[in-house]
Ligand binder design. Sequence first.
Ligand code: CAA
Length: 295
Amino acid sequence: MTIKKVGIIGCGAMGSGIAQVVLQAGYKVIVQDSGQQFLDTGLKRIKTSLDKLEKKDAITSGKNQEIQNLLSGTIVLEDLSDCDLVIEAVFEEINIKQDVFSSLDSICKKETIFASNTSSLSITQMAAFTNRPSQFVGLHFFNPVPVMQLVEVVKTMSTQAEVLKTILDFAASLGKVSVVAVDTAGFLVNRLLTPFLLDAMQAAENGVASVRDIDAAMKLGCNHAMGPLMLADFIGLDVLYNASSIMFDEYKDSRYASPPILRKMVLSGNFGQKSGKGFYDWSDGRNPVPSTLNN
Ligand code: CAA
């Protein structure tokens, strides 16, 4: 199985980051989003990120142009018919994923491999929306995609060994390190990370320490890139709430139960960095200010 052309569905932060690293590895990429405005914003994000690399002398201007020539965008799903691999990175909503994959199944050639960048939904369930479950995997990238080294490759009971190998070789060609997980809620990273983030929220909610001090403790005491509350804001509190609920449903384990503070923040529209407010005030994006929690 040879991958030459890659389709990416969804052009948000994850989709455009994935498109960038796939382009930089020399593949042809077509990005699809449902609306022209979303598509234009996503394509602009990819271009800006590549132009930044050129400004930092990480790539030459010729290379930048060469990379950007490999990129095209569309709002028409049918334009992905000749892709060898399609990576889906749309909202974490199973009904939307079902629409995408059942349409792609009738549009794409029979050899096309399907992958989902979901962080918490069932790969097995998505594979069952198609007539090609043996050619279906999870391909879970981490934000910011161009920076984070890891990709989680998720296999189901039906994933063909040859497909898994093709995807592992593909991930390696992007310069990423893969880990393979079987399809269970949260896979590997979120299964381990989520209880830690929820515990940090609970500590803040219970007044064990301030937001600033909880984050300083883990950042400076354990050498984490970000403290857990800042990381939660960075991931998105709505995303975490949704993911932890899915894991709680599957495992019935209190380690995955959302603390009330998370639920209240999400219901109040405080989603973290993307909405401007969460455990930090992100009004000045470069200098987030820790909140004094008002439970
Ligand atoms: N795109 C491309 N490059 C980016 C970037 C982006 N969105 N954001 C930062 N960078 C680059 C910068 O250009 C910079 O590169 P150089 O060193 O070459 O100049 C480098 O990353 C460091 O950036 P900064 O100096 O601006 O800031 P920093 O040192 O504080 O790093 C960070 C920022 C990379 C985001 C770092 O704080 C970090 O690694 N945080 C943890 C991120 C993390 O854990 N992500 C996983 C979240 S979990 C997930 O995604 C999955 C899920 O299912 C929930």
